[in-house]
Write a protein that binds this ligand. Structure first.
Ligand code: URA
Length: 268
């Protein structure tokens, strides 16, 4: 066995044992392989841990990815940490089909947070939320009441990976992203949250009530640290592109938000 082959064998063997939940000393295995390759008398086999065998690691399918997401999110102390943790997270099956993990755009620590549904094709390509046609309309809607991602808003989504064919994210996909969404709100502490569309409104408020009944009304949004903030559901800009006759409703809802921002002392 050449040195290269023996290193490959060592790597494969330790990886295999690792997957089976067995911890073994790689140096001992290496010594064993090198003696085996020279044909000398076999040394004692590398020792495995004494006592109870280590519990096998759960497979990908057995892993509790919501618990993993909670652990990863809780460990983050800055938005930078959180963005890195989301990008490194492998618990959402959507990720495999995407070009980018889309986390946020805008001002870190802004008083307004806008939370949409999830990336579409343009967002997946560019890596930022709300950059396509719907995003341009969202910018105009927000701009009409003095909100912008350049000055006083941070924009994100309840799901960080584009669902195929732009379908709605499924419950399981939303559930694994949720700890990161909550942590982002905790870390950036906005004064007011806007949920853009029925999917984020229903997911964040954990309700089955539709957007037509939720829109334009203030709801408390409470994060796991116990902090509550006003949340306003609004019609999704993609819906308004399809149904421009609904824009007057959206305009009324934005005025309610503007009024509440003034109450909260948010500078425009
Ligand atoms: N629609 C959303 O809800 N979010 C985006 O980022 C883009 C389109």
């Amino acid at each position: 066995m050449t040195e290269k082959t023996s290193n490959l064998a060592l790597k494969a063997l330790t990886e295999w044992w690792g997957e089976m939940g067995v911890e073994a000393d790689p140096a001992a295995i290496k010594a064993y392989l090198s003696v085996a390759s020279t044909g000398s008398a076999a040394p004692p086999a590398p020792s495995l841990p004494q006592g109870e065998a280590a519990a096998p690691r759960p497979t990908r399918a057995e892993t509790d990815w919501v618990a993993e997401a909670r652990k990863a999110a809780a460990a983050c102390q800055t938005l930078e940490d959180l963005s890195a943790a989301i990008a490194a997270f492998d618990g959402c099956d959507l990720k495999a089909g995407c070009q980018n993990t889309v986390v946020f755009d805008g001002v870190v620590g802004a008083p307004i947070m806008v939370i949409g549904e999830g990336p579409g094709a343009d967002e997946d390509r560019i890596g930022k939320p709300f950059v396509g046609r719907a995003g341009k309309l969202l910018d105009r809607m927000l701009g009409s009441i003095g909100i912008s991602r350049q000055t006083n808003a941070l924009i994100t989504n309840v799901n960080y990976w584009r669902p195929p064919g732009n379908r709605n994210p499924e419950a399981g996909e939303l559930a694994v992203c949720r700890p990161f969404v909550d942590r982002m709100v905790e870390l950036t502490a906005p004064k007011l949250v806007i949920a853009a569309g029925g999917v984020p409104a229903k997911a964040l408020l954990e309700t089955g009530t539709g957007i037509m009944r939720l829109r334009g009304t203030e709801k408390p949004f409470t994060t796991p640290d116990g902090t509550s903030r006003p949340l306003f559901p609004v019609l999704h800009p993609a819906f308004l592109l399809r149904r421009p006759q609904e824009k007057s409703r959206a305009w009324r809802d934005l005025q309610v938000i503007e009024h509440r921002m003034r109450d909260l002392g948010v500078s425009l």
